[in-house]
Structures are given as C-alpha cells and as structure tokens.
Design a protein around this ligand. Structure first.
Ligand code: SF4
Length: 569
C-alpha cells in the first residue's frame, strides 16, 4: 500500500489523496505537523476559521507495534496559545492510520452549514456520514454508538460537547486497544479546531490495510528485540507497571513541587491518600474491573495505564494519571481518589483537558467560586461547562481566560496554556521548558524532574531543559511514548537501526537529536511568524516574586538563559 497524504475538505465534503512531498518524507508526528503548519497555514489566521487545518500524523516508527512506539500526533494552530500545537496520544489511532498508508491526514476548510459529520476512512478512501444524532453526546456514548454502527475493529478519534462548543480546553479522544475512548490529545484546544470543522468523529476502518513496508526486515526486527529487552529490564518499567504515572505524586511532593491549592504551596498534606501507592492498593483491594496495570496500545510492555473501578467492581474511568491527580486533586485541595476518578470521567466525557480545567478550577476557587477540597462543588462547576452556561464557558476556556474574567492574578500559564503538575519554582528546569517551549506550558515538552541536579538552583537549568526539549521533540516526531525513552537510552543505535530497517535511510547515531532540533526550529519559525517574541518565553511575573512554600523559592532562572535555550535556531 502506497503511503500518501490524505486531505479531507470539510466544506466540499470530499477526501482526496496525493503523493508525499519530498521534504515531508523524513518527518512524521510532531515534526511533520510543524512542517505542514509552515507550508500551508497562514501563521496569523484565526485558529477556528477556514484557514487553519487539523492534522493527524503518525510518528515515523508507527505501524509495527514496537513497544510504546505507535503514538498519533494531532496538530494545528492552537486556539489556546495562538501558536503551533501538537498533542500526541496513545491508543489505536496511529496504528490504524499507518495501516491505511496515511502519512498525514489534513482536514481543511470550514463548513458553511450547521451540520455535523463523521469522517469515515478505509482502504476504499474517505467519505462523510451525518452525525447529527451524536450532537451533544459525551464521548463514551458516542464511541459506543459508533462501535455498534461500524463494528468492534474500528479506530475512533472524537470530540465531546467541549469540542462542539469550541471551548479552548477541548481535546480529541482516541480509542485505546480495548475500545475505550480514554487516550486524549488534550492540550491546546485541538478539540475546538475539530469542532470548528464540524467533525464529531473520525472513524478508521483499517481492514484491508497492511503494516508499512520494511526496507530491511531483519535489521528492523533485531533493533526491535534489542530495544524491547532493554526496556523490559529497565527498573523504571517495573515502577510504571506498578504505579503508573501516579508514581510522580510522592516524587513531585517530595521536591516541594506538587501544585497545591492553586499553586500556593508545593506540598500537599493529603498526598499519601492520592499517591501512586495508595492508588495501586485501592485498585488491588477492589478487584473486579479495577486494574493497576494496563496497556493503552497493542504491544506496550510498560503498561503504565490503569482501570479505576468502583466498590462494586464496576469500571469508573481509565486511566487515572498523575497530571489529573495533581491538577484535580492537590491543586484543588481534594484528597479523595474516588472523587478524582469521578471528576476525571466527567472531563473525559466532555472531551476536556484535565490539566487546563484543573488549573481553571484552581483559579475559580481562588476567586471564591468553590472551597478548596470541595469535590461536590467541583462537579457542579463542571456541570456548568456541560450546560454551556456563561460561567461554564469561561472555565472551559481554560485558566488564562478564567483568571482574566474572575480577576485572579495567580494564574499558572505560559503562552496562555496551563502548567502541569510540577511547580516551576521548585523544579526550575521544567520551568524553563514551560516558559520557552513553542507549545506553551507543557511538561511533556521537556520534563526535568529526573535529572540528578539541585532543582532549586537556577544555574544549569537552561541546559537540562534544552537537552530534554530536543529529546522530547525527537520522540514526538518518531511517535514514541516518553516512557519508551527508558529503553532507547539503554539500547544505543536502536533508533538508527529501526529507521534504517523501516525506510532504508542512512541516519547517524544522533538521529533523535537531529529530529528534535529540526522540529523545534520549524515550530519556532511558525511562532515567530504568528507574532511571538522573546517576551513570550517567560513565566508569569508573580512566579518570579511570590515564594513557594516549603522552600520559599521563586522562579529566578535569568532571562538571558531563557533566551539562549534555542540558540542554534
Ligand atoms: S507506557 Fe503507558 S502511555 Fe506509554 S504506550 Fe504504554 S500504556 Fe501507553
């Protein structure tokens, strides 16, 4: 099956495909999205208007179920930040698109009619089917109806009511390998872009498709074996299998960096009740549908995901991740895993980013709209979002909008996007990433918490952020889950050999860094054309003057360092 670029014109409702342009060939995922943005999208366009495009691009390694290497990147110009946006997720979307030979799926134009559509993709091409009966439904009900309609083997990427309302915190949900709409491309408001295209769902039927061809199957298989062995032997693999990302709860608290009550403290007195250890114990004790270890995609040997079940053995939500525990738990003063799981389900069903909404609710609490620790009131505020009330729309538009409307100064955002579960005054390298990433505040763009440094010392943080940002941009271009990085770090040459085996490219040992540097350069070029300058690569002023307990530290990495992060671009 020939690999092609597929285009879906949502105005004319046609789907076409075309050969891959030569300078797109050696990019995938995040890097390809940046290239397409630069080539095809006016940088100053309205993100919710006809000139923005919604792009799905599997990473370069996607298609062969190499452990944790089948992520889908979704991108476009962000309605939240006004700049470049790529948000990747696990699940089955990437694998299924790759099996249809889709290098990139580009949705363009804007419908003139107020009707909703399903974009159906298969080996026979693409078509549009009416989705009016799905309007207003949450993602769980929508996914079930689509599975009933098209059969259990399809992939689905879909939006919830948040995306339909074009809320700036709306993401795109992807089915996991067990057909649950649980893997969200959460960040930057891409669900709103999909809503602006009037697409409720993309259904991918890959039957009749095939795995992408291999230039050197033996080399590819040998590299896959080497990487997988090193990944499985890595101690972090066992830790993530046992505790998932929730293992970060104690770690972040231990560094004094867990966001607590709207970023007013870096330690949370209820941390033991919401830690990874507490989560695992609870799920093991409950049994039934509960499972502390679960794979989001076929072939993942780490299995950092989980299924949170109720007392009666029923499934509540999958997965409960650290970012949600940090932002919906500690950041709202909530120390009850059942309440966090329920809030998590509500946000998933609405198709909203739990980091952005957690930060917005923290701002709302500071404005007096809820008491910290009051999970019942948090549910009520989320219900306002579901109902589309004026307050709900403010909260659904994220922390920056909520702060402006509610008159709150302590708003944890960079480039208009909420910070994740690591306070940059205590973990300063991650603060450099939040400030300078072309993506806006995003821990996955370059988390530094595992670096063996004094995280409170401003010296040297620029360098560790730079290394991490380059590496993560490289992994996002390959389609590699960030935890797959544990294996690649221990299996030198395996990325080179996987690319050689797959494509026949003669790449060097530093191909990961090369891809990362190229991707960041493209992204910064787009942002500059959109009007971003050095003053946008900053954290909010209050974080530079308001000390964070318990270390009473401020964010004091010098501006000169922030301006040097990308000095090769
Ligand atoms: S490690 Fe976790 S997020 Fe990564 S592919 Fe596996 S289950 Fe998915």
């Amino acid at each position: 099956m020939e690999v092609k670029v597929w285009r879906a014109d949502v105005e004319e409702r046609v789907v076409t495909n075309e050969p891959v342009p030569a300078d797109w060939e050696q990019l995938g995922g995040r890097g390809l999205i940046a290239r397409i943005l630069l080539d095809e999208i006016p940088a100053t366009c309205d993100p919710l208007g006809p000139f923005n495009k919604l792009i799905f691009a599997p990473g370069l390694l996607v298609g062969h179920a190499v452990s944790s290497c089948d992520r889908i990147s979704i991108g476009g110009k962000s309605p939240l930040t006004g700049g470049v946006k790529e948000s990747n997720a696990g699940g089955s979307t990437g694998l299924k698109l790759a099996h249809l030979g889709i290098k990139a799926l580009i949705m363009e134009g804007a419908p003139t009619e107020d009707r909703w559509w399903i974009l159906h993709l298969s080996a026979n091409g693409g078509r549009y089917e009416p989705a009016d009966d799905l309007v207003g439904l949450g993602v769980y009900q929508t996914a079930q109806r689509l599975l009933d309609r098209y059969g259990p083997k399809i992939g689905i990427a879909l939006i919830g009511p948040g995306g339909e309302m074009r809320l700036l915190a709306a993401g795109v949900l992807n089915l996991d390998k067990d057909r649950e709409p649980s893997r969200i491309s959460a960040r930057g408001g891409l669900g709103a872009v999909m809503g602006a295209k009037r697409l409720k769902a993309i259904v991918i039927d890959s039957s009749g498709g095939e795995k992408p061809p291999l230039a050197d199957p033996e080399l590819f298989k040998a590299a896959q074996k080497y990487y997988t062995k090193e990944l499985m032997d890595h101690p972090q693999t066992a830790s993530y299998a046992n505790y998932g990302t929730a293992a970060m709860t104690r770690m972040s608290d231990g560094f004094g960096g867990i966001p607590t009550r709207n970023y007013s403290s870096g330690t949370f007195e209820g941390v033991e009740k919401i830690s990874g250890e507490a989560l695992r114990d609870l799920l093991l004790a409950r049994g039934g549908a509960s499972n502390p270890t679960h794979a989001c995609m076929t072939g993942c040997t780490i299995r950092c995901s989980n299924i949170f079940g109720g007392e009666k053995g029923n499934k509540i939500v999958s997965p409960v991740e650290y970012e949600t525990i940090g932002m919906i738990g500690a950041n709202l003063g909530i120390d009850d895993l059942d309440a966090i799981a329920r809030l998590n389900w509500e946000l998933n069903d609405l198709g909203l980013d739990s980091i952005e909404i957690g930060a917005a609710l923290g701002v709302a609490a500071e404005a007096g709209l809820m008491e910290f620790g009051d999970a019942k009131r948090a549910i009520e505020l989320i219900t306002e979002i579901r109902q589309g009330t004026a307050l709900g729309r403010v909260l659904g538009s994220g922390a920056a909008v909520a702060g402006r409307v509610l008159g709150v100064r302590r708003v944890p955002v960079a480039k208009g996007q909420a910070m994740a579960g690591y306070d940059p005054r205590a973990i300063k390298g991650t603060g450099v990433t939040y400030a300078t990433s072309p993506q806006g505040a995003d821990h996955t763009a370059g988390l530094t918490i595992r670096a063996k440094v004094n995280h409170l010392d401003p010296e040297g943080q620029m360098e560790i952020s730079r290394i991490s940002q380059i590496k993560m941009a490289g992994y996002d271009t390959l389609g590699v889950c960030l935890f797959g990085g544990f294996g690649f770090a221990k299996a030198p040459g395996s990325i080179r050999d996987l690319l050689k085996g797959r494509y026949g490219w003669d790449v060097g040992d530093d191909v990961l860094q090369e891809l990362g540097r190229e991707t960041l350069k493209l992204e910064r070029t787009f942002n500059q054309a959109a009007g971003f300058g050095p003053e946008d690569d900053r954290l909010p002023e209050w974080m530079t003057i308001e000390p964070l307990p318990p270390h009473n530290s401020v964010f004091d990495v010098p501006r000169e360092d922030l301006d040097r992060v990308f000095d090769w671009t």
